[in-house]
Write a new protein. Structure first.
Length: 115
């Protein structure tokens, strides 16, 4: 297990102070300790990236529901993602509004054209 420090700090580990420089790569037990204590480190290898604190549960991802064309443009684009079919559906709904949002229409057209 390996991590890289994002800032310089000196944790207390294994009965002593361990000075760490910004950008220093740490491995083994010290790397695990830094992850466990929430230190400002970046995982380097797969083991460190896969590490989760005790009792951690992955949040359930919401399945995208129905299109809400009255929602903000950002919410509509989040719903669309990079799905050209959804973009086409959202584009038709947006253009059917009394005052279509031109920026949203352009973004949806761009996504809808991808294939």
């Amino acid at each position: 297990m390996r991590v890289k420090t994002r800032e310089a700090f000196s944790p207390y580990y294994n009965y002593g102070i361990v000075p760490l420089a910004k950008g220093e790569e740490v491995s083994g037990g010290l790397a695990l300790f830094l992850l466990e204590t929430g230190s400002d480190v970046e995982p380097v290898d797969d083991d460190a990236k896969a590490w989760r604190p005790a009792g951690h549960e992955e949040p359930e991802t919401e399945s995208p529901g129905e299109l809400d064309i009255e929602a903000s443009a950002a919410a509509v684009l989040d719903w669309v993602g990079d799905d050209s079919e959804r973009a086409t559906e959202a584009l038709a709904a947006e253009q059917a509004r009394d005052k279509p949002r031109s920026t949203l229409v352009k973004a949806l057209e761009k996504i809808a054209e991808q294939d």
